[in-house]
Design a protein around this ligand. Sequence first.
Ligand code: HAM
Length: 430
Amino acid sequence: MYKAPRGTQDILPPEQSYWCFVSQKAQEICQLYGYKRIETPMFEEAGLFQRGIGEGTDIVEKEMYTFQDHGGDLMTLRPEGTASVCRAYIENGMSNLPQPVRLYYMADIFRYERPQAGRYRQHHQFGCEAIGDSDSALDVEIIELIWRFYASLGLENLTLQLNSIGCPICRPDYVRELSEYYSQFSNVLCPNCKTRLARNTLRLLDCKEESCRKIAHDAPKIAERLCSDCDTNFQQVKHFLGEIAIPFQINPFLVRGLDYYTRTVFEIIPQEEGAQTALGGGGRYDLLIEQLGGKPVPAIGFAAGMERIILNLNKQGIAVPLIPEPKVYVAHADEEGKAQAVKLIAALRQAGIGAMLATGSRSLKAQLKKANAIGATEAVILGGDELKRGTVVLRNMAEGKQEEIPLGEVAKRLQGYGVGYDRNNECGTL
Ligand code: HAM
C-alpha cells in the first residue's frame, strides 16, 4: 500500500471549508491593503536559496529538497517564498514600478524537517512582501496586516513578538560580543549550539534547550547596541504600533531562522501553554535584493503557515462557513425516467441550481436513502405514470411530503437552490 510521504498530508473535502475560508480572508485583507498576487515556480535554482537564506542556516544545511534535473542543473523545491519573490522582482524589472511594490502569495513550501504537530515537510504559506522602501511606516503596515488577518479569522490570544537585529553597521560588533560571551560556556552548550557558535552566532539566542536558554538569558542584547539609524527605525516601529493599538512584546531572543533579516523581526505566537510554534513571522531584509544581483532595494515581509492557522482555528473552536453543496437530488423510477432526468438536471445546473443525479440502477427507495445521506433537501423523481402525464414528483426530504408538478416548472420551483458562498452556515469539523 502506498502512503503519503512522511510529513505530508492529504487535504480532504471536509477540511476544504477551512482552507477556503483562510485563503478568502487572506485575499480580502490583501485587497484592502493594496497587495497584488504573485505566483512563482515551485522550484528554483538551488543557488537562489543557498545565497538568499544563507549557507549556515538549518534550512540550507539540512532541509532543502534539492535534485539534479535531466539537464544537469541543480534545482530546489522552494523552502520559503521570499527569495523567489525577490528573484521575480529583479528579473521582471519591478524596480521601475512605483515603490514600494506590494505583493502576496499562497505557496506550497518544502522543508525536510522532523514532522510533528504543526510541522510538516510540505506546508503552505500565505506571505506578503513590500519591496522598495525602508520607511518604518512600512514595517508597521506589514505587521498590522498580519495582525488584522489573524483577527479577521477570529483567532484570539495571540502574542506579537518583536525585536530588531540591526544591520551591517551595528551587527558585527554585537556578534563579536555575543561570541565572546558564549565562548565562556562552549563546553556546556548543546551540540547544535556548539556548531552555531562558529557558524551562526545569532541563532544561539533562540535555542530551545533549557540549559542554553539559561545562558541566553544573560547574553548581551542587540536592541541595546543598535546604530543610530537602526535605533530610530526600531523606536518608530514601536511608537507607530502603539499609535494603532497593536500590542507587542519585545523578545530580545528573537532572531529568526533565515539569514537575510536586518532590523525589524517579528513572530506571532499563540499564548497557550507549551504552544511555541509560530503562526507566522517575518521582518526586514534590506540587503537581500542586492545580494541576489539587483539594485540595493530595502524590503520587508512576512509569511503565515496555513496548516498552523487551521490547527488553531480548530483548537479555538472557531466556526467557518461550509462550502455550499447541491441540495437537490434527481432520482428516477425507470429507464425513461433516467433519460429525462439527465436532461432535467442539465437544465437545472444551467439555471444555477446545484443538483446531483442518482447514478446506476438502484431502486427508488435506495436512491432516496442516498439523497438523505448526502443532505439533499429536495428530491425530484422522474418516471412512471407521472412522466406520461408530463409531470414529476417533487419530494421535500425533511418532511417526507411530496407533490406532483409539471416537468416544465421544476426549475422555477427550485430557484432558491443556487449554490453561493453562504457565510451564515455552520462550521464543518475536521
Ligand atoms: P518562516 O518563519 O520560516 O519564515 O515561516 C513562516 C511561517 O510558516 C511560520 O511562522 C510557520 O507558521 C510556517 N511554517 C514554517 N515551517 C513550517 C513547517 N515545517 N510546517 C508547518 N508550518 C511551517 C519564512 O519562511 C519567511 N520567508 C517569511 C518572510 C517573508 N520573511 C520576510 N518575508
